[in-house]
Design a protein around this ligand. Sequence first.
Ligand code: DGJ
Length: 437
Amino acid sequence: MPASRFLNTLLSIVRIFRSKPCRRTSRCTRTVTNLAGLRFVQLVDDHAKPWELFDLSKDRSETKKMKTSMLCSALAFAWLVALNAARANEPLATFQPGQIWNDTSGKPINAHGGGILFHGGVYYWYGEFKEGRTYLSQVNKTWGGTRVIAGGVSCYSSTNLYDWKNEGLALPSVAEDPDHDLACEKVIERPKVIYNAKTKQFVMWLHQDSPDYAAAHSGVAVSDSPTGPFKYLGSFRPNAGVWPINVTARDKDQNATNFLARDFPGGQMARDMTLLVDDDGKAYQFYASEENGTLHVSQLTDDYLKPAGIYGRILVGRSTEAPAVFKHNGKYYLIASGCSGWDPNTARSAVADHIFGPWTELGNPCRGANADKTFFCQSTFVLPVAGQTNQFIAMFDLWKKWDLQDSRCVWLPLAFDTDGKPVVQWRDQWSLPVPEK
Ligand code: DGJ
């Protein structure tokens, strides 16, 4: 049955049931001709019940046609309802922050503390693979540093940012050798991958650490393919024997609380980290250094495999973790957290005209319920949406301290307020593009 005829039938049925009884006489007759294209007579009585309001034409063949037509309508209607119900189970093109987010095989996405690379029209999402029982070892008891054994770095791919295919472990952890940097007992956190157009290599940097987080190293791995396998090159403390470009005479003083000077010979501590490739192709690592007290911005060599020996201290003494850095209209922006382990704190943001600073703090970018606790999350990355201007996704982790493998991904739109400050408004559900104000 054509859709127009089906609709017409439905409308006519509604009209009949809504029609008012005739007031002039106690009983009157009305003819309705457009119900399924068949003529029939509607009898309207003051006291009639709805099912008595119409009577089919006495013509038997017309009655038969009418019945068939109504049956078809009912079947078509039922089919539409069933189709709608089936669609409700299809993956929706929306982000649902904090909900379980399944990959295209139906398993929850397992990529924490991660970041995204856009390459050749495809987004690659790299993150910490966290699986297994959460435990609290003696060495981290004082500060509540729960752990799961390190699973390595997972990789997912997508062309639309909603549907993610599991590409497996781009860099697996090492089960057989407890001394290996990537041993399961050790720490593999906050991996980020960038592409080097000159060497045509994908370069991964990550926070590599001893089980008690004392080593504070940066690990580096490379691959010819975005999905790996990545070849692990080793780890180190960056910038050994190099003073930062904004060093002061006081910074060089050796004393118990001067971690910069303490670590000068062996290299600077590097824990939470991210990478940024600038418009001119130069790449930078941002890492939490000096016992997590101060962030360093460190330029990488042209092949992106080592520190270039040029770095600056930023947000000095502000105890900043979870840096997420992006560029907008020629300025550098940073979203980050304070230091409170897996527990949430108030997010912070900052802006700079030059990557080495000075960086000006812009306060808490979060808005909405629980904005003072970053929606119980911690930042990890800000993704500029490819091919769209002014569309940014702020990526967070909702850590479950006592069940780390069930930590959730929280993606929210990042916009700019009228003062040019980045703002992240909580949404239960949202889609791209976000209308600009
Ligand atoms: C906070 C950091 O941001 C995380 O990456 C992780 O290292 C936890 N601390 C460990 O407690």
